[in-house]
Write a protein of this length. Structure first.
Lengths: 436, 404
């Protein structure tokens, strides 16, 4: 019976081709628009490190001005002072901990023919690589020992290694960075978390860094820091005074295995702040936070307002398209009243009629879904072109999304077809036959 | 008016069909009005004056990596060389570029002290050539002189004694009379006094999304820093030729630095508003497609309802109704449905706007825009129903005598 209904559906679709085309186009456009925006939102809010996002925590301490709270008092500052993060680092109370900041520098290649290179860097602790599951092609990160003795070691990105060493194993070799010789200890494979969760403050969808160096080198001004700096209290002259100031510019991550560990760590943070209060710091009420990766992304509102607004709009758009379809299906099915009456008189049951017309709706749905998928593909290409770098890698359809698109089209069209079908099944045969 | 009652009674017999179109119109209205509102809002933001002579200016980054480098001497040499290049109007060293999204900010306050109210502003560290180099307009007070320019080392926390601010900033500091700002002393970094010596018409901050984007201050500093920008203004039409020439001259004069990111201010503006532009294009597409879908939906449904009523229409024609009357009937029917849709749509538009205002800090929509939406949708509805109504009018009276 199913294939027979399919054939009937096809005949009916072709006979009223204008109307069918209108419905398929409407559903296609609705699904296309919805899927484009859903995909962008889905990729923006994706979990960049699903295997351990629940165990990595971003640390926030409220060290801000007592008279003028950070973020109107809604959230503690989004970074830490150098003093606090180095104190927390020294305490070593978590399973793993990482202090970091953005850095930059100039590499002078050995080959005098090659032009010097400006690189974006990250200054971080040894634990960074194991905490964030960074994949290595050659070598590995540096050790805690190297951190403490402030060794000149560097981890290169694959791209940087390609540029400097033609992609060969460069572990053990040296590069000249900011006038100092750095020993290469590892080369990272292509690694581009989206969103780049480990540093939201300098752009959640920026590229990952070209080089990674030990954080403590910033302290000795061997590496220049960049990224955001935020101060509420004037600091004195010189870099030493800046390091000791209340300016926030470092980020601190910890890895904690269990809920108990988390509670313990929070207690440790609270105790630390209480202790600092005695030195006249941390005048604001206690507000220390540990946010896991997803909580942190949510708190920092990584999904752009624009993207959310568009998604809301595109769903309303889809609803308009569906209302359109309901109306057209209703008109179409009611137009068949005489035919339905005749079939009922000849013994067709309501359930038979019901499945026949639902199948017809479903066919339109699938056609609309396929068109929608194609339109979503075009839409995402368009979005990528329009937004440029910002949307790079955020606008691609995967299988999940493709299945979702067709399923959404199918389900919504069947839902849209329910009422018209029900009306069609309730046609009084006698009345229809009388008028024939 | 007898006809209106008749149409309403006829519609009541096919409530769902009419309601579906009305709802469609309502939602279209809701989305359309809000989308147009968002488009206008963005367009206004993009049209704000940056204060710069955008067509004739460009900048580049100068990154020094050499050790034991005489930054100060090289800065003087560079500026001298650039300023004397034929076609160049003027040039400066600067710490940040308007609309480039990265820069410096500080807060100024009327009285010294820790817990006083302060107003945030973008800081541009420049010399006395800034006004000429950027194409700014000094509307009150005086410019810096060469003697005012101090050398600033990295990490230095003291500030010079003079500053020039934008008119918008002056209005913020002195709401009663912005011109009174000239000669007044304000405090930077909580305690350090600075005297306002001049006011410029406009100069935007680096951050286009900041609500204080019109607030900027010029500070007379030359920076002794390993990274800085040179900002250059050229004579009309000379920019594109001078960009590679100056880049080459700078790069070749000194091998211990890197000259990069030679960029026009126009490109920076484009980049800065790229997201706005993209969003606007998408919203425009949405509005157009949505209107088309609704329009075609009305056409489809009208044709169907006319087909179903062929016999009745024939009968009416046979009983003496003119073609015009038949057409008017369907136009009137659409008008009534549109009215219902528009009423719901107005409520929906305002509701969606309220949600947007609450969630995304947008401002409320204007009455004119809602009125525009209503008129536009009435026109779309009437246009859409025109063709089916004409078809209906052409039904021959004889149809009434035939069975289907």
């Amino acid at each position: 019976m199913f294939s027979y209904y399919l054939r009937l559906a096809w005949i009916s679709i072709v006979r009223h081709w204008g109307l069918s085309l209108l419905m398929v186009c409407a559903i296609g456009l609705g699904i296309g628009a919805a899927m484009t925006t859903v995909t962008v939102n889905y990729l923006m809010s994706a979990n960049p490190i699903p295997e351990k996002s629940e165990q990595l925590f971003y640390v926030q301490l409220d060290s801000w001005d007592v008279n003028d709270p950070f973020d109107d008092g809604l959230n503690p500052p989004d970074q830490l002072t150098f003093t606090d993060s180095t104190n927390l680092m020294r305490a070593q109370k978590a399973f793993r901990q990482n202090i970091q900041a953005q850095a930059f520098g100039v590499i002078e290649p050995e080959d005098p023919e090659m032009l010097p290179l400006i690189v974006n860097g990250r200054a971080n602790s040894a634990d960074f690589f194991s905490m964030f599951n960074v994949p290595f092609i050659y070598g590995s990160g540096w050790s805690n020992q190297s951190d403490e003795s402030k060794e000149f070691v560097v981890v290169l990105s694959k791209e940087t290694n390609d540029k400097l060493f033609g992609g060969t194993d460069s572990v053990g070799k040296s590069i000249k960075l900011e006038g100092n010789m750095f020993r290469v200890v590892g080369v990272i494979d292509t690694w581009q978390p989206k969103p780049r969760f480990y540093d939201i403050t300098t752009g959640a969808f920026n590229d990952s860094e070209d080089i990674f160096v030990p954080f403590h080198l910033i302290e000795d001004e061997k590496i220049s820091r960049s990224g955001n700096t935020n101060c509420w209290k004037p600091s004195g002259d010189g870099f030493k005074a800046f390091l000791a100031s209340e300016c926030i510019w470092t980020q601190f991550w910890v890895e904690l295995k269990t809920e108990q560990d988390k509670q313990d760590y929070l207690q440790f943070l609270n105790a630390y702040v209480e202790e600092q209060k005695q030195f006249g710091r941390f005048q604001r009420p206690l507000d220390n936070r540990l946010s896991n990766v997803m909580q942190w992304l949510e708190a920092q509102e990584v999904v752009a307002d624009d993207a959310q607004m568009m998604m809301a709009m595109s769903f309303m758009f889809l609803i308009v398209c569906l209302l359109n379809t309901v109306g057209l299906l209703l008109a179409k099915f009611l137009g068949k009243a005489p035919e339905i009456g005749l079939r009922q008189a000849l013994g067709a049951s309501k359930s038979t009629l019901f499945s026949q017309y639902i199948i017809e709706s479903a066919c339109i749905g699938i056609l609309g879904g396929i068109l929608g998928l194609f339109l979503a593909y075009l839409g995402l290409k368009g979005v990528e072109n329009l937004y440029g770098d910002y949307m790079q890698g955020l606008a691609s359809l995967d299988t999940n999304m493709a299945i979702l698109a067709v399923a959404l089209a199918l389900i919504s069209t069947i839902l849209a077809g329910l009422y018209p079908t029900w009306r069609a099944c309730n046609i009084q045969p006698a009345q229809q036959l009388k008028s024939q | 008016m007898l006809e209106t009652g008749l149409i309403i009674r006829a519609l009541a017999r096919n409530k769902i069909g009419a309601l579906l179109i009305a709802l469609q119109i309502a939602l279209t209205m809701t989305i359309m009005v809000n989308a147009i509102f968002m488009i206008q809002d963005r367009q206004q933001q993009m049209q704000r004056d940056s204060g710069l002579d955008e067509a004739n200016t460009f900048y580049l980054t100068n990154t020094i990596f050499g050790q034991d480098y005489n930054i100060q001497a090289q800065l003087q040499t560079d500026l001298h060389m650039i300023r004397n290049t034929p076609g160049v109007v003027d040039a400066i060293q600067i710490n940040a570029i308007p609309l480039s999204s990265s820069g410096w900010s500080m807060a100024l306050q009327h009285e010294p002290g820790e817990d006083k109210d302060a107003v945030g502003t973008a800081v541009y560290m420049v010399d006395e050539h800034a006004i000429n180099s950027m194409g700014l307009e000094l509307i009150a007070g005086t410019n810096f002189t060469q003697e005012d320019i101090e050398l600033r080392k990295d990490g230095q926390s003291t500030w010079p004694a003079k500053t020039i601010i934008t008119k918008a900033f002056a209005e913020n500091l002195y709401p009663d009379d912005w011109q009174s700002a000239i000669g007044k002393t304000v405090y930077i970094s909580q305690t350090q006094p600075m005297q306002i010596i001049g006011i410029i018409k406009a100069l935007q901050a680096p951050w286009n999304g900041w609500n204080g984007v019109e607030r900027s201050m010029l500070v007379p500093f030359h920076r002794e820093s390993k990274g800085s920008y040179y900002f250059i203004r050229t004579e009309e039409g000379q920019r594109d030729a001078l960009m590679p020439a100056i880049e080459k001259a700078l790069a070749e004069s000194d091998k211990e630095r890197i000259i990069r990111r030679v960029t026009t201010v126009e490109d920076t503006r484009k980049r800065s508003y790229r997201q706005h532009n993209a969003t606007n294009k998408i919203l425009t597409t949405v509005v157009i497609t949505l209107t088309l879908i609704t329009g075609f939906g009305i056409v489809g449904l009208a044709i169907f309802s006319i087909n179903r009523r062929t016999k009745q229409i024939g009968t009416r024609r046979a009983l003496g109704a003119t073609k015009g009357q038949i057409m008017r009937y369907f136009m009137m029917e659409n008008f009534i449905i549109s009215t219902i849709g528009n009423v719901i749509g107005c409520i929906g538009a305002v509701a969606l706007n309220m949600w947007l205002v609450n969630t995304f800090n947008l401002s409320p929509i204007s009455f004119e825009l809602v009125a525009f939406g209503v008129v536009a949708l009435f026109i779309v509805g009437q246009l859409a129903v025109l063709y089916p109504a004409r078809k209906a009018a052409l039904i021959a009276p004889a149809t009434a005598t035939r069975t289907i």
